[in-house]
Design a binder for this molecule. Structure first.
Ligand SMILES: Cc1cc2nc3c(=O)[nH]c(=O)nc-3n(C[C@H](O)[C@H](O)[C@H](O)COP(=O)(O)O)c2cc1C
Length: 138
């Protein structure tokens, strides 16, 4: 299997119902494709990890890259995995704009960082840590 993580910027402000529609489609497709992962949204930016068999994952990523709801995709991680980190989630989701920082242990070091911040590109394990921090809250 492969695990692929990228960040991107929404091209327009997404209303809650638009985010929900995106997630509903994503979850239905991902179940059918055997893909799992997590999507974070913060201040107009996305961070997403996708995991699963290589062929369906790469096919979906090519589709996601062309999606006009976001742009400026930057791949942070793309590597083989033995085990999934998000096995129970067809696409877990957290809107960080709605999170009370003090309620999330480990979030303070990320609080003032944009998801597209270069520090995540320079040190992608930090992106993994952020995703896992929010997975553990679900
Ligand atoms: C940030 C972002 C993340 C997305 N994640 C997924 C995903 O995990 N799975 C998925 O099927 N589509 C995802 N999409 C939507 C796809 O780009 C595409 O619109 C969708 O797969 C089309 O589904 P359909 O062919 O069933 O209409 C995402 C889009 C955006 C903007």
């Amino acid at each position: 299997m492969i695990s692929l993580t990228y960040v991107s910027s929404a091209t327009a402000f997404l209303k809650p119902d638009e985010l929900l529609a995106l997630l509903n489609t994503a979850r239905a497709n991902n179940v059918a494709l055997g893909l799992t992962g997590m999507l974070l949204y913060k201040d107009g930016n996305f961070m997403q990890v996708l995991e699963g068999e290589e062929a369906p994952l790469r096919q979906l990523y090519r589709k996601i890259e062309k999606d006009r709801r976001h742009s400026g995709l930057i791949k942070l991680l793309d590597h083989p995995i033995e085990t999934r980190q998000f096995p129970s989630w067809s696409m877990a989701f957290t809107n960080l704009d709605d999170v009370t920082p003090a309620s999330v242990p480990g979030y303070s070091e990320f609080l003032n960082l944009s998801l597209t911040e270069p520090s995540f590109q320079q040190n992608p394990s930090r992106a993994q840590k952020l995703l896992i921090t929010f997975r553990n809250r679900l």
